[in-house]
Design a protein around this ligand. Structure first.
Ligand code: PLP
Length: 833
């Protein structure tokens, strides 16, 4: 594609100069009508709301794009340092509401729609979620780019444009059924395809060594099967500050010449079929959360992301600075979101050496000064390892580079610890054994100047456990960056009534400085304020009930305690512990132990990885228990258990404002941080939780008296593991014994014998890694304290206000400021006007 398309005689600006777009009701209405009638060609005969959504979004999008260019020009003019957030997942959710809020045109947009006879709520609901992520890690990336734009930091998000996002979860007969999520089916008005920035990505082939004209050894990677990566850009607006950053997502397509050979040989159909192979690479998001997968296609995805993004950055660099890389490290920083994109370490080396002719040592210096790595999990099963043979066939040149990095690294290790062969074996980027594997996390550590965990405890455990050897070698690389969430989406936009009450009380400064929520503390005992707080929260509970009514027509008592656990279904997150408690409450009702009863509505939601047997069985158990309890006339509205299907970002936006109690009950030491816990706290829910991940910091902020703590600590878990005897614990605890007895007598599966046997066996196993039984008593006792607190509504409301007031630390604005001050060191650049 030719880069310059203007006539030489005409100044370029003649076609790029545009009149400013009106931000008022009239301007929006005019644009809506023009898009609806002209661009989309619809009229009053069109019954579909989709086109109204599309026309309105296009009008909003225009206003983003206007600011986008100004931001880009400001960055270009400043020629400042840039950072790039490389992530296989961006769990963006919906765009329209957030765009309106951040543009500051909420009010004029509402009145424009009113005049047009349209309902904003209906348009918003028409938008599919951009579900390009699994859970916390992907949502974190989305919150991060929101905060980067709000802080006016020059940061670009790089990811993949999956044709199919996170699957839609249906519940059929109590079981999860996955439906493909073709989120692009009706088009995506928020993205712009930018063919002019496509990149060529190599796969396969072999390497050749030759000597160049200066007598230097050079390597060529030849006979490759190339694909093209085409970028699709989405604007990322900051909060009412004129800045609009970029999320650039790559789509794989076939190269133009892909079919020439076969075409000439007459095999036209065959050659067109090859196009599919190329496009397969970004066809689908792998739906595994906190689990490695090992599939070749996944490695191709990772390499495509790394290579396309690095080539994109280098191409821009060359355009500005020619072949001078002396300032490259001072002006660029790549943040790797988990090990998924860590092949970028080797790819940057390859590009600098093979394409731009740098010496190994020069390239290595640059790489080690530009790469930074964030670890997201301590679970060993999530640490990615790729077989050397797969690497050799798919990315032969990168394997050579990794071997060379490893050789140099092991020399460094043996210089530091001479003769310590075991340490060299432990630290090697190549795991030996029946088959050799590349340890991607180690590649990321060795190639980076910064390695961080995502909560205090997690970062500490990384240093003491998983990455101990590396910490001993380079303690200065290791640091912590406690996660956060963006308060724009997770308070202002999802809970407008509460946001309004807060703003009315303490002013609107909290939207960009969440620590200002502290000012709410002094209203915690104010009766009038408490009353308004209660009203707003009750309305949010109503909205949550309406939301789930679409699926479940179960009568719910709004006075009941809304006890919520929504997150991916995983054994370490212990949805099972929650179910055991629900069964225990049911058992109490059945045996008449209901004095001082607190009505409770337990809501559980989350997706299981399609291949995760136990997680799927847990979903089935929740649904079976729900069926029995909700239909038992003895229970009435004392207790309800409801499974919320298809948990996703837009769901959480309705769920978290309506929760009273937030369940954060992972086995201590297993949840790296958690971010759902922060969304709930911000919206005034109280937490029942273990000392795990960011729960620890939440409790520190809000005070022990406003947090329901239970369970073994991480150290106690490791200690208890050695003599863990769940069967003995069950025998000694009458309540637990009765719960297990109900499960074992197939009370919840009378027509489906055996289906819960694996669940029961895992609970009773002395090797159960999640030690669910060990925390049962402590959990039940903490739930008693919850009930007692909830019965005193004045006390509960006070605690709710104090939780919101103490949530200031958990804004991604703070997290990103920390990343910037300690890792990226970027200068904020205001958008040009
Ligand atoms: C916040 C969020 C998560 C992360 O939840 P955790 O409780 O931290 O595991 C996962 N999925 C969605 C849709 C979210 O919004």
């Amino acid at each position: 594609m030719p880069k310059r398309q203007f006539k030489k005689s005409q100044p370029k600006t003649e076609i790029t100069k545009l009149p400013g777009l009106g931000m008022d009701t009239g301007g929006l209405k005019d644009d809506f009508k023009r898009y609806y009638g002209n661009r989309l060609g619809r009229d009053e005969n069109c019954a579909s709301l989709h086109y109204a959504y599309e026309a309105f979004s296009l009008a909003i999008s225009d206003r983003l794009i206007e600011r986008w260019k100004k931001t880009y020009n400001a960055y270009k003019q400043a020629d400042s340092k840039m950072a790039y957030y490389l992530s296989m997942e961006f769990l963006m959710g919906r765009t329209l509401s957030n765009a309106m809020l951040n543009l500051g045109i909420d009010e004029s947009a509402k009145s424009a729609l009113y005049d047009l006879g349209l309902e904003l709520e209906e348009l918003v609901e028409n938008e599919p979620d951009a579900g390009l992520g699994n859970g916390g890690l992907g949502r974190l990336a989305a919150c991060f780019i929101d905060s980067c734009a709000t802080l006016q930091l020059p940061v670009t998000g790089y990811g993949l444009r999956y044709e199919y996002g996170m699957f839609t979860q249906l519940i059929v007969n109590g079981e999860q059924v996955e439906k493909p999520d073709h989120w692009l089916r009706n088009g995506n008005v928020w993205e712009i395809e930018r063919l002019e920035y496509k990149q060529r990505i190599k796969f396969g082939g072999r390497t050749e060594t030759h000597v160049d004209e200066f007598g230097r050894k050079r390597v060529s990677w030849v006979d490759t099967h190339d694909v093209l990566a085409v970028p699709f850009d989405t604007p990322v607006p900051g909060y009412q500050n004129g800045t609009v950053n970029t999320l650039r997502l790559w789509k794989a397509t076939a190269t133009e010449e892909f079919n020439l050979d076969e075409f000439n040989a007459g095999d036209y159909a065959e050659s067109v079929a090859a196009k599919n192979t190329a496009e397969n690479i970004t066809m689908v998001l792998y739906p595994n959360d906190a689990n490695e997968n090992g599939k070749a296609l996944r490695l191709k995805q990772q390499y495509l992301l790394a290579s396309a993004s690095l080539q994109d950055v280098l191409e821009r660099w060359i355009g500005r600075h020619g072949n001078d890389f002396s300032q490259f490290a001072a002006k660029n920083c790549f943040q790797l979101n988990d090990t998924h994109p860590s092949i970028a370490v080797a790819e940057l080396m390859r590009l600098l050496i093979d394409v731009y002719g740098l010496e190994w040592y020069e390239a290595w210096l640059i790489t080690r000064e530009t790469m930074a790595y964030t670890n997201h999990t301590l679970l060993p099963e999530a640490l990615e390892r790729w077989s050397v043979s797969l690497f050799r066939s798919l990315l032969p040149r990168l394997l050579e580079i990794i071997f060379q990095i490893n050789a140099d690294f092991l020399t460094e290790v043996s210089a530091r610890w001479p003769g310590d062969i075991d340490r060299q074996r432990r630290m090697s980027l190549i795991e030996e054994g029946h088959e050799q594997h590349v340890r991607m996390a180690y590649l990321a550590i060795v190639g980076s100047f910064s390695v961080n965990g995502v909560a205090e405890l997690h970062s500490k455990l990384l240093q003491q456990g998983l990455f101990r050897d590396f910490y001993e070698l380079w303690p200065e690389k290791f640091n912590n960056k406690t996660n956060g969430v963006t308060p724009r989406r997770w308070l202002a936009s999802c809970n407008p009534d509460l946001a309004e009450l807060i703003t009315e009380t303490i002013g609107g400064g909290w939207l960009t400085d969440l620590t200002q929520l502290k000012k709410l503390e002094k209203y915690a005992d104010d009766k009038a304020f408490q009353k308004r707080w209660q009203e707003v929260r009750l309305n949010a509970k109503k909205r949550l009930v309406d939301y789930k009514k679409a699926e479940h027509d179960i009568d719910v008592n709004l006075d009941a305690l809304f006890d919520v656990q929504v997150k991916r279904i995983h054994e370490y997150k212990r949805q099972l512990l929650n179910v055991l408690h629900v069964i225990h409450l049911y058992d109490r009702i059945k045996r008449g132990d209901t004095a001082n009863w607190t009505s409770r509505c337990v809501l559980i939601g989350g997706k299981a990885a399609p291949g995760y047997f136990m997680a799927k069985r847990i979903i089935k158990l929740i649904n079976n228990v729900s069926e029995v309890i909700n239909n038992d006339p003895m229970v009435g509205d004392k207790l309800k258990l409801i499974f919320l299907p298809n948990y996703r970002v837009s769901g959480m936006e309705k769920i978290c404002p309506g929760a009273d109690l937030s369940e954060q009950i992972s086995t201590a030491g297993k949840e790296a941080s958690g971010t759902g816990n922060m969304k709930f706290m911000m919206n005034g829910a109280l937490t029942i939780g273990t000392l795990d991940g960011a729960n620890i910091e939440i409790r520190e902020e809000v005070g022990d008296e406003n947090f329901f703590l239970f369970g073994l600590t991480e150290q106690e878990v490791e200690e208890a593991r050695r003599h863990y005897d769940p069967v003995g614990i069950i025998e000694a605890d009458e309540d637990l014994k009765r719960v297990m007895n109900l499960l074992e007598m197939r009370y919840f599966n009378s027509f489906e014998p055996d289906i819960f046997d694996p669940v029961i066996a895992s609970l009773k196993s002395p090797y159960d890694p999640w030690m669910t039984i060990a925390d049962f008593r402590s959990f039940v006792d903490a739930q008693r304290r919850v009930e007692e607190a909830y019965r005193d509504q004045e006390r509960w409301t006070r605690m709710s206000i104090l939780n919101c007031a103490a949530s200031g630390k958990f804004s991604t604005d703070r997290t990103i400021a920390d990343y910037n001050n300690e890792i990226w060191k970027l200068t904020p650049i205001p958008a040009l006007d």
